[in-house]
Design a binder for this molecule. Sequence first.
Ligand code: NZQ
Ligand code: ZN
Length: 385
Amino acid sequence: MQNFEYHNPTRIVFGQGAIARVNDLVPATARVLVLYGGTSAKKNGTLDEVKAALGAREIREFGGIEPNPTFETLMEAVAVVRREKLDFLLAVGGGSVIDGTKFVAAAVHFEGDPWTILETHGANVTGALPFGSVLTLPATGSEMNNGAVVTRRATQAKLAFRHVSVFPQFSVLDPTKTYTLPPRQIANGVVDAFTHIVEQYLTYPVNGFAQDRFAEGLLQTLIEIGPKALAHPHDYAIRSNLMWVATLALNGLIGAGVPQDWATHMVGHELTARYDIDHARTLAIVLPSMLQVRRDSKRAKLLQYAERVWQITSGDDDARIDEAIARTRAFFESLDVTTRLADYNVGADAIDGLVAQLEAHGMTQLGEHNDVTLDVSRRVLEASL
Ligand code: NZQ
Ligand code: ZN
């Protein structure tokens, strides 16, 4: 196992009715900015519930954080926090709202151009306002990690940052709040969480026995409950498991002490930035071809994945790997998440531009061996047509 340090300070408050606990979790004297997305949190009553829990505290609201939150919108929230002298942020929504809140938290007292937070991937962050979250969409794991992804509309750049100061202080996970999610977002959540696990598991063996078994268990749980989450939107057992699996998929636990890949995510981010394809759908497009193109360096783990996750035991090594990749693609498709660029009207003529974007963003040595060069990314995109 590789050396590691693991610290996760986020308190998780899980279960039906948990939003009431916001009253104990936010300091009594806090001046709070409640941040949310479009209309969902208003329509389904979550926002009202949160405001009721905040009681007599001084609060302001900032709505309109878009999916794939933009720097431009978030800077408006930064201005509100500064103007109103607010000192606590509360995100109500999915990954986009939580990520956006992380950026606002880091930008409020930042000296200099806040976009450099993204350009340096967080290296120049010195602190952040405290914040919590009320999660309404199980997918990203943002509720229990210190990463965030922000898009600059003007330049179509979608960049990530991480910093120790942007772990949420707490996250409230009430599975009943997911009941209003449309099937498209539930399917996205399953695919995103699945890919987060794969990015940390499907690299090369380092004797991380517990991490491997944990990752395999989470993958198998998603395979089992993904279709059920779509078929039975009000099944509390299914939704609570989906919510907790998605959190565990990216709260650092399964990635501690093992190599990590993340090339699929970085290529996917360029697809979202340029063609506005949902984050999870970009992963469904890229992951199967990423595994296919890099099958030699991932060989040992692909065979382990085939056997332990998909119970593929017959055929020679290459046939088992082919089948595991095919089953992965079929799983995504079974959730109605299509896996080819052509399904999103993106053709071969797009590839030069995407590779140029990867280059402009420094994504030239991706993956667990830093060997995913622009040429490899190009081959992956070509295999995804
Ligand atoms: O905006 P509203 O009206 O609230 O609607 C949202 C949005 O349109 C809707 N929604 C959320 N909760 C709902 C609901 N609709 C009905 N009922 C509810 N309970 O869902 C839509 C999508 O929301 P969004 O927050 O964009 O989705 P998701 O949670 O998938 O977040 C995606 C973003 O997270 C980033 C992605 O790049 C993308 O920008 N990621 C963040 C990561 C992290 N911080 O660790 C890791 C991920 O890999 C990912 O990159
Ligand atoms: Zn993701």
